[in-house]
Design a protein around this ligand. Structure first.
Ligand SMILES: [Zn+2]
Length: 273
């Protein structure tokens, strides 16, 4: 699933293709991907509107419109937004097409069809996942103290805690596993037993792995690509994610994979306590 660095790369790559463009048509092949309002209203609301900016919060994208409304986009597991010249064939797995007044159209492709869009137009509709987002790893308010306060009185496993978007926005399986390895802490530790020193190490590690992911334009294993169809370069820098059974790059011990909160988690049994 695209996480903060991947979605940020989509935002950066998408903006030059769509900002200043107007919607001239909207085609919806998979209605369930339009979460709000109904498909007909959704189409009508977009036609003629201009895109004035592309923003991001956590793993969500925001396409801002000239009337103050905006389009909320979540790519979920395998979604992609691709800007493709009109004369070229439509990309595979296209389910939504945004026809624009420029030389390109914007295609929402998604192998698994879990991706969603919603028009946020002030009619009272709210996306709960979006409105409950916590701070992002690189925000100033994401401090060891903030995490310690959030963990107080909870016995959640650390990996589950790190993936909770209402606590930290934008972290997913890749960067959570990398954070835990860099900090030397096991994914199964209970958050009320994490020491003050460990929260400090975890916070620094999280900021470092996210920064690295951004610098390398995200991580591509299978599906992730940006709006130009480019893949991220970060997979070659990963220490543990997707390396189960391979030797730890720090100590040589074979990396283990376990399930934590239903998610595969790779860690080093020797380096992580
Ligand atoms: Zn190790």
């Amino acid at each position: 699933m695209p996480e903060l660095p991947e979605v940020e790369q989509v935002r950066i790559s998408l903006a030059p293709h769509v900002v200043g463009r107007k919607f001239t048509g909207v085609r919806v092949d998979v209605p369930k991907m339009v979460r709000h309002p109904d498909v007909e209203k959704f189409r009508k609301a977009l036609l003629g509107r201009e895109i004035t900016g592309v923003g991001r919060r956590g793993k969500y994208l925001r396409l801002e419109l000239d009337n103050g409304n905006w389009l909320l986009v979540h790519l979920r597991m395998t979604g992609a937004l691709l800007a493709v010249k009109k004369e070229l064939p439509e990309p595979r797995f296209t389910h939504l097409v945004f026809q624009l007044d420029g030389p390109e159209n914007l295609y929402f492709t998604d192998i698994r069809k879990f991706g969603v869009v919603a028009l946020i137009n002030g009619d009272g509709y709210q996306d709960k996942g979006y409105t409950s987002l916590g701070p992002e790893p690189l925000d100033a308010e994401l401090t060891p103290l903030y995490l310690r306060e959030k963990a107080r009185g909870r016995s959640t496993m650390l990996k589950v805690f790190l993936l909770d978007q209402s606590i930290i926005a934008g972290l997913g399986n890749i960067y959570a596993d990398e954070t835990l390895f860099a900090a030397g802490v096991r994914p199964t530790r209970r958050v009320n037993r994490i020491t003050r020193k460990e929260w400090e190490t975890l916070t620094l590690a999280m900021k470092a792995v996210i920064t690295q992911g951004l610098q390398h334009h995200g991580t591509t294993f299978r599906n992730y690509q940006d709006a130009d169809g480019h893949m991220g370069d970060n997979s070659r820098y990963l220490q543990v994610y997707h390396r189960k059974g391979q030797p730890c790059l720090r100590c040589g011990t074979l990396l283990k994979q376990i399930k934590v909160g239903g998610r595969g988690s790779v860690y080093c049994p020797r380096c992580q306590k």
